[in-house]
Design a protein around this ligand. Sequence first.
Ligand code: DMJ
Length: 467
Amino acid sequence: MKKIAPLLLIALCTVFTAKASPPSPGPKAISADTAMTDAQAAKMALRVRAEAQHAWQGYRKYAWGHDDVKPLSRQPHDWYAETLLMTPVDALDTLILLGLKDEADDAHKLIVDKLSFDKDIYVSHFETTIRELGGLLSAYQLTGDPKLLKLADDLATRMLPVFDSPTGLPWTQVNLRTGQVRGYESNPAETGTLLLEYGTLARLTGKPVYYDKAKHALVETFKRRAPKTGLVGDAIDVRTGAWTHTSAHVGGGIDSYYEYLWKCWKLFGDKDCLAMWKTSIASINTYLADDVDGSLWYGHADMATGQRTESYYGSLDAFLPGLLAYSGDVPRAARLQDSGFRMWQLHGIEPERLDYRKMKVVSAGYPLRPEIIESAWYLQRLDGNPKWRLQGKQMFDDFVRYARTDDGYTAIANVVTKQQADHMESFALAETFKYFWLLFSPKDALNLDQVVMNTEAHPLRRVEAGK
Ligand code: DMJ
């Protein structure tokens, strides 16, 4: 097996389009003596690394060769009739970055020896793209192992028939062996969170079809925004392009569509993406932002009129502060992250959905989601306010307290009662541990001047066309 090349571990300054801002004010002032020292942060990073290793060991022991582990019943779990090695593929770059070399070598070997996409199963195009394609591409760029790129190319070739719909918006499922497609009710996250992965593959393989199909789907989604508000809804029929649910928000079903408008500009310098982003962020800030007693939230509205429908915010929405900061709006990002931290503190761990006007939990699960940590990391990098690491420490302490089991980490069924559920999604290792570790690591742990994170936290390196 190839040696892991430390491509992303090179020390370079982080460069963003945003200018460094002065520390943003927060609910609690943090004085210099309460700020975390570099030595304390380094200790935290080591603690995160040890806990990530513990989570991996649970998968290794009870679910090796399967998609993921059920940490309480100590059973393997597969998404479909056959495994796609979801956890090893999703976790490999985290294991590499955290310096867990034996574990990374183990996962790498399993993938190249056993992973095959020649399977008679219908898979979710979106999940397979962000987890498998994204994971393989990032692992390829970190290791230089051509077998990983070959797997990615094979997977994408098998999935390409999804784009053969009357609109070019992808069908939601594809049979990896036959290329048959199904599933016409989609949403902007599923139609618009593809270009980072397909575009990177296009550059690496010299096959422009990958870029073109994924970009077409993104543009077709954008074109269908509401004329008055510029907002998109959260369900769309790929056969007709008609909206089938018109709720506008930044949560599940829409979230990463917005994320990719900005990130595709960052990764590819695609000016169309930048123009679509600028239009979209103005709409979001106009119609979804909600100031409640001095706190900033982003709620739900009707896409056609912009009228407020619900005051909901949740663990998926919590990616937005990171995206706002990354795209240059640190002040708004900092205010929203403070609101997210209030949501976390309400019960000592965040719920899937909160009614922020009533400060009442609407949906009580916590499936080990990363978004709020991801946002803390972007903010920490961009404004350097010590409070982001302190909030991160609080969240990590809570995360360990409630989600740790003897055999790994498990989802929380109810954040109010803290009753545990029995599953560890692959994004816990792909994203949650990675963002915790990055938050406490020095800037040079990941060169954000050269990479853009896909929505599953797989760092994708800029590649010039044809290289
Ligand atoms: C991940 O699979 C991705 O981050 C996706 O964009 C949304 N949700 C999960 C993690 O919460």
